[in-house]
Structure formats: structure tokens, C-alpha cells
Write a protein that binds this ligand. Structure first.
Ligand SMILES: *Cc1c(COP(=O)(O)O)cnc(C)c1O
Length: 415
């Protein structure tokens, strides 16, 4: 009997094999037929420290015996209170408020709604969002609207709202991006810029330098346009620092966090906001409250997992592990570039990426063929078109990382 499961980003008509995983530990996944697979993409960019991290698993088990779920409108619980306090203590002082949701996409929807609410309170109904070409902010209608248009969302185009686009700051044409942003900010409809800091993930692991991010923030600040940092993928050490914006020395007005927030164990997201954004919604008028909720907002078990993640960040040398992985990634990438015909090798923190021969399109045939080859050789990698990237959990050891790069080298040589 065929499975009734409808998988995400999967063309079932191709009948590609869908391995079943029964257990995970560290950087490894174990399949039902006893194979050990190396997780080269942190299970879609979420697993930071490693799979089944013992402190996080213990926190989940303990919370599960106490309080499972609670309505969060008008009620509260200690895991959410403690987590919000910890996040405020860990993140920059200017981000004083924590709004809970359950995925990266919803944290982005919340950020956009907060931006419009802030402008409403300023007495101006601004609604235009400025976005960067090739960006990705999630798959809900609002998140798709502020992301790149193309293969992913052509069918839904009539439902997507208009935005102002600025070009990606490719090396040599950074000034075009800054000029376009300045023009976009001069529009008296401009409400906010939303941007993935330093690395555009789903757009193809495109990277740009911190100095450009600093400039972009300054342009928005001068124009009073709100700056939304989507750190859903880049947060929690991925780019070498806790937040990617840290490297640019900037603090956004609104920041989205998810993926590594719970170490990648259970779903949770937050949208952190400046005091101005919160105060814009603060009033004795019920009509001015922030109209947003999801059923599992601030789920206590997920909050406990995130608290354990923050304890690991506080008490263990996570940034040292990140720096160590970044260094090893650099060495592996250099070695590969010296022997294999790859293009544009690049790295930001723990993320390494490059292109192989093929078309620069998500639907390029390179991806499924490479993916099958990697799967047959016990490595989980999921190229974006002809872009291959390696983004493992921070605990991966040398032999597993070497195996990933050996398999990549063979895959390229055999094409
Ligand atoms: C993954 C991602 C999202 C969406 O998060 P989901 O939890 O998958 O909804 C949003 N923004 C960025 C930058 C992402 O990488």
C-alpha cells in the first residue's frame, strides 16, 4: 500500500525513495533498515548542537510531566516567562519584547504585522515592504509575498502583495543595492525592510559582507523605515556569531528567530521587538491591541527546550565549537576547490556552498541526481538546483565531515 503522507517540496509522481528514520544522535540519523546517515544539512538548518542533545531532551521530558499546553492570551507560565527574560538578557538591550509563535514563517507574518501597526500608531498608514532579490522568508502567503518570486510560488502570484525590490549586493555592485534602498526608503509609503542578514538561504546560500548590512541599516534608520532582520536561519551561531547582525554591529527594530531556538528539537519561534514597536500597540483602547495568535503560541514544552538551548549557550563553549567547525569547513572547501570543477566556493561561519556545472535554477536536473547519489552513500545533502551546500550540526566530527566532502568529490567526478 502506498503511504497517504504528502511530503513537502516533493514530487510524488517521480516516486523517488523516501527513507524512514527511526533514531538520531549527534550528526547521525539511523534508518529503519539499519543504515547510518550523516546529516549534512542539520535536518533543514535547524539542528545546531546535535540531534537528541541530552540537556534539551531532558528538559522536554521534565516539562512534559508538568504542563503540556496552555492558552497564552491572558494566561502565562514560567517556561515562557523565563525564556523571554533569558532572550532579552542574551539579545541586544534595544529588543525589549518577545512575541511567541510556532514557525519561522509565522514569526515573519508577525514581524510584518508589527511594522504596519507601528506606522498606524505613528499616524501614517504605511504598508510598503522593501525586500531583497533572491530572499526567502517562508511559504505562507505573506512570507511568500516578501520573498523571491519564481518556481516556488508562480501559481499563487495573484494572491501575493506588491513589494519594492532591491538587488542582491553582488560583489562589485554593492552601491546599486544601497542606492536602490535609499530610493525605496524615500517613498512615503515605505514601512519596513525585511532582510536575511549575511546569507540568503533558500535563494542559493548567497553571501554578502557585514559592511553592506551596516550601510543598509543606516539608510533605513535615517529614513525612519523599520528594519526587520529575519535571523530564522542565520541565528544561533550559524554564521559564526550568535546573531548574524552582530557582525554588522547593528540592532534591528524587529528580529525573527526560530530553527535553532530550541536547538532544532521542537517547533518554536519568536519575534523580538523594540520598545517603540511594542508601545505602538500599547493603549487602553482594545481596538489597538496586536491582533495575532496561533493555538500553540508559547507551548510550554517548546519553551523548556529553548531554555535548555540557552543554558547550553550560556554554560558551554558553543562559539568555540562554531569557530572550530567553520575552520574545518574552510579547509574542506579549499581542498575540494583545488581538485574539483566547482564555481564560486564561499563560506560564512559554519555554512559552505558552491556551484557545480548545470543551470542556475532550482529545477536544474543536477539536484535530484546528486541527492540520490548522496543518499546512496549515506549522506543527507539537499542541493538547491546546482548549488551544493554543507551545513552540519556543530558536533560533527572530522571523519564524518571528511566523508561528506569525499562523497561530494566522487559525485562530481562521476557526472
Ligand atoms: C526557514 C526559513 C523561514 C521559514 O521558517 P519555517 O519554520 O520553515 O516556517 C523563514 N525565513 C528564513 C530566512 C528561513 O530560512
Amino acid at each position: 500500500m502506498t503511504s497517504p503522507v504528502w511530503h513537502p517540496f516533493t514530487q510524488h509522481g517521480l516516486e523517488e525513495p523516501i527513507p524512514q528514520v527511526v533514531r538520531s544522535e549527534g550528526a547521525a540519523l539511523y534508518t529503519v533498515d539499519g543504515r547510518r546517515i550523516i546529516d549534512g544539512i542539520s535536518s533543514w538548518w535547524v539542528t545546531t548542537h546535535g540531534h537528541c542533545e541530552p540537556r534539551i531532551m531532558a528538559a522536554i521530558a521534565e516539562q512534559a510531566g508538568q504542563l503540556d499546553q496552555l492558552i497564552f492570551a491572558g494566561w502565562t507560565h514560567e517556561p515562557a516567562e523565563a525564556l523571554a527574560r533569558e532572550l532579552c538578557a542574551t539579545m541586544p538591550d534595544q529588543l525589549t519584547r518577545v512575541f511567541y509563535t510556532d514557525s519561522g514563517s509565522t514569526s515573519v507574518e508577525v514581524a510584518l504585522k508589527m511594522a504596519l501597526g507601528t506606522w498606524a500608531a505613528r499616524g501614517k498608514l504605511r504598508h510598503r515592504i522593501i525586500v531583497m532579490d533572491h530572499s526567502y522568508h517562508g511559504d505562507t502567503i505573506g512570507a511568500m509575498s516578501v520573498g523571491a518570486r519564481g518556481t516556488f510560488n508562480r501559481t499563487y502570484e495573484p494572491l501575493l502583495f506588491d513589494v519594492t525590490r532591491i538587488p542582491f549586493p553582488a560583489a562589485g555592485s554593492e552601491q546599486d543595492t544601497l542606492d536602490a534602498l535609499a530610493r525605496a526608503c524615500a517613498d512615503d509609503e515605505a514601512a519596513a525592510l525585511i532582510v536575511e542578514p549575511l546569507v540568503l538561504g533558500a535563494g542559493g546560500m548567497m553571501m554578502y559582507p557585514p559592511a553592506i548590512l551596516t550601510e543598509m541599516h543606516a539608510i533605513c534608520a535615517r529614513a525612519g523605515v523599520l528594519f526587520i532582520a529575519d535571523e530564522v536561519m542565520t541565528g544561533w551561531g550559524r554564521t559564526g556569531t550568535l546573531r548574524a547582525c552582530e557582525q554588522a554591529g547593528i540592532v534591528p527594530d524587529i528580529m525573527c528567530l526560530s530553527k535553532g531556538l530550541t536547538g532544532g528539537s521542537v517547533p518554536l519561534a519568536v519575534t523580538m521587538a523594540s520598545e517603540e514597536v511594542f508601545q505602538a500597540h500599547y493603549s487602553t483602547d482594545r481596538a489597538r491591541m496586536f491582533f495575532h495568535s496561533s493555538s500553540y503560541t508559547a507551548n510550554p514544552i517548546a519553551c523548556a527546550a529553548a531554555l535548555a538551548n540557552l543554558a547550553i549557550w550560556r554554560e558551554e563553549p558553543v562559539l568555540e565549537r562554531v569557530a572550530n567547525l567553520a575552520q574545518r569547513q574552510a579547509e574542506c572547501l579549499d581542498a575540494l576547490a583545488a581538485t574539483a570543477p566547482i564555481r564560486n566556493p564561499r563560506r560564512c561561519g559554519t555554512i559552505a556552498a558552491f556551484e557545480v556545472a548545470g543551470e542556475d535554477s532550482y529545477l536544474d536536473e543536477a539536484a535530484p541526481r546528486l541527492m540520490a547519489y548522496f543518499r546512496e552513500h549515506d549522506v543527507l545533502l539537499r542541493p538547491l538546483g546546482n548549488t551544493i551546500y554543507v551545513m552540519p550540526p556543530y558536533c560533527i566530527d572530522d571523519s564524518d565531515l571528511d566523508h561528506i566532502y569525499n562523497v561530494i568529490a566522487h559525485a562530481i567526478a562521476e557526472r
